[in-house]
Design a binder for this molecule. Structure first.
Ligand SMILES: [Zn+2]
Length: 274
């Protein structure tokens, strides 16, 4: 009896996998956009380490946005600074809408806009995609749609979603975006209450994780560093540990979105990583 059950269980778990691999899985590819920079390198010891771990280390921060193509469908991940951004930042020279026009993609073709968290440097151009379904952590959406949003929440570009004119799908847990395991929003709270990162499984490059602000730069990630302005220290450390586990177990490439050294691991748009 025990043996029969074992065989049945093995058959039940194997068969769906076999069926899926027998079909043609949609190709997944990933492009990155320049969505702004900081004017000058930032001394990170004060604000980006609550243990003052970095001496006089300076980091040239960048702002980056991403486009995931899944078959014929598109997911935009984070929307960077707006073209109107001012000092201490340098606004993106090309808007996301203009970038997409270079590959003949119109804003209404973007099925999903995924937002790692509610800060202005990740949400600056979201209002350009009013037809897109918004994917965002539930606690981020709670803050954005609150009658009294906490400080630091960039509410204005979300107005049409707040009014209910556009579709939003707040996520309390991980989200398998296209339902085939190829693109997964990962719950990585700490920087903000409902922060997310994104796992994109590419056939040639292998799994890629887009960090959001789970960590801000490579040294920050390597040492479990916590910026003083993060929402929750314990959650930040736990989220870094989670991502380190996935990087190890899946042999994934981590792209820390504010770190130019990491962003450069991906080809320059309009090239896509596959
Ligand atoms: Zn940021």
């Amino acid at each position: 009896m025990k043996r029969t059950l074992t065989i049945l269980a093995a058959g039940a778990s194997l068969f769906p996998g076999f069926a899926a691999s027998a079909q043609t899985a949609p190709e997944v590819s990933l492009a990155r956009f320049d969505c702004g920079t900081s004017q000058v390198p930032t001394v990170v010891n004060q604000r980006f380490s609550d243990t003052y771990a970095y001496g006089d280390l300076k980091i040239q921060f960048v702002f980056s946005c991403y486009l995931i193509k899944h078959g014929d469908e598109y997911l935009l991940w984070d929307t960077g600074l707006p073209p109107t951004a001012v000092a201490p930042n340098v606004a993106p020279k090309v808007s996301l809408v203009d970038y997409l026009a270079k590959i003949d993609v119109k804003p209404e073709q973007i099925k999903y806009v995924g937002i790692s968290h509610y800060h202005g440097d990740h949400t600056g151009q979201v209002a350009s995609f009013p037809k897109s379904t918004l994917l965002i952590g539930a606690r981020e959406w709670d803050a954005i749609s609150s009658p009294k949003p906490p400080e630091g929440v960039n509410v204005k570009p979300f107005e049409s979603w707040i009014k209910g004119e556009n579709k939003v799908e707040p996520q309390a847990t991980d989200k398998d975006v296209f339902g085939d395991g190829s693109v997964i929003m990962l719950r990585t709270p700490g920087h903000t209450p409902g922060h997310s990162s994104l796992l994109v499984k590419l056939a040639q490059m292998g799994p890629v994780i887009l960090s959001g602000d789970m960590a801000h730069f490579r040294e920050n990630y390597d040492t479990d560093g916590v910026p003083t302005f993060n929402f929750d220290r314990a959650q930040t450390v736990a989220s870094i540990e989670r991502i380190k586990g996935i990087v190890k177990n899946q042999t994934a490439t981590l792209i820390i979105q504010h770190d130019a050294r990491d962003v450069e691991k991906l080809p320059v748009f309009p090239a896509f990583a596959k």
